[in-house]
Design a protein around this ligand. Structure first.
Ligand code: PEP
Ligand code: MG
Length: 283
């Protein structure tokens, strides 16, 4: 996952198309054929720009952020989409849209991408023939309507940092309410399960790119829930990968199903600890 807002933060001016293209090409070169998921600009709330205008508003976390901001600042968004489309000529690129609220946003992004793609090809600019467009499930309504969204997207990615924040009405960066920020909250697990079900039902791949996916204590639980694509930071990547390769996913699915079905009435943290101990191979 390439979080592109970092190209815009603390810069005197937003990066233009050529500058972005150079950066995406460099990343693709380093990846040497592995796919690159470029997330479109996710400015706002805890990621305030210094250059791209004011995205504060009375309640920044519920305000003009991420795709909402991009669909309002169309010249800025078009520049980024053109750079991503052009980068797709140099390696496998997928485009990921953050903070989807409804289907209308998906349709608007698809129309824009199609229009810019056609324009670039018409001008003889090299781009891949097709570019996969995915949506982030970070808002409870998107998880509840994941099936409908999935029918218009090529993949989904669950952003648990925001999904937990919005489901539990708990600011992800406020230490005072940190104790409520719980990936094991039954409501959060139910939304994750619904998203994974929507993926299975529609044949749409579902990834997870929130911190939960990179935390080894949740790897077996998520495997058991049916997650097959984990995005982890370098610090825990090897540990998560080790657990995935050592695990028996079918066995985990059998063990995790009753935990999720009955999540509201049990000590899930304790049950997860037991699952992790029980299914870990002997040292
Ligand atoms: C998330 O919300 O889980 C996510 C991956 O996005 P970010 O943390 O960058 O908001
Ligand atoms: Mg997010």
């Amino acid at each position: 996952l390439y979080r592109t807002e970092f190209l815009y933060l603390n810069q005197p001016t937003p990066p233009d198309e050529e500058a972005q293209l150079r950066i995406y090409r460099r990343v693709l070169k380093r990846l040497a054929g592995a796919p690159l998921t470029i997330r479109t600009l996710d400015l706002g709330a805890d990621k305030q720009p210094t250059t791209a205008g004011d995205t504060g508003g009375p309640n920044p976390a519920l305000g003009l952020r991420a795709i909402r901001y991009c669909l309002k600042e169309l010249p800025l968004f078009r520049t980024q989409l053109r750079a991503i489309l052009r980068a797709s000529a140099f390696g496998p690129v997928r485009l990921l849209v953050p903070m989807l609220t409804n289907l209308s946003e998906v349709i608007q992004v698809r129309q824009l991408v199609d229009e810019l793609h056609r324009e670039l090809l018409h001008r003889g600019v090299r781009c891949a023939k097709e570019i996969a467009i995915g949506g982030m499930i970070e808002i409870p309504a998107a998880a509840l309507c994941a099936e409908q969204l999935a029918r218009h997207l090529d993949f989904l990615s669950i952003g648990t940092n925001d999904l937990i924040q919005y489901t539990l009405a708990t600011d992800r960066i406020d230490d005072e309410v940190n104790y409520l920020f719980d990936p094991l909250n039954p409501g959060v697990l139910r939304l994750i399960a619904m998203t994974l079900d929507a993926g299975r039902l529609t044949g749409t791949p579902v990834a997870m790119c929130g911190e939960m996916a990179g935390d080894p204590q949740y790897t077996r639980l998520l495997l058991g829930m049916g997650l097959t694509e984990f995005s982890a930071p370098p610090s825990t990547l090897l540990e998560v990968k080790r657990i995935v390769t050592e695990s028996d996913a079918a066995d985990l699915r059998r063990k995790v199903r009753p935990l999720i079905e009955d999540a509201a009435s049990r000590d899930l943290a304790g049950a997860l600890e037991a699952l992790n101990l029980e299914t870990a191979p002997p040292p």
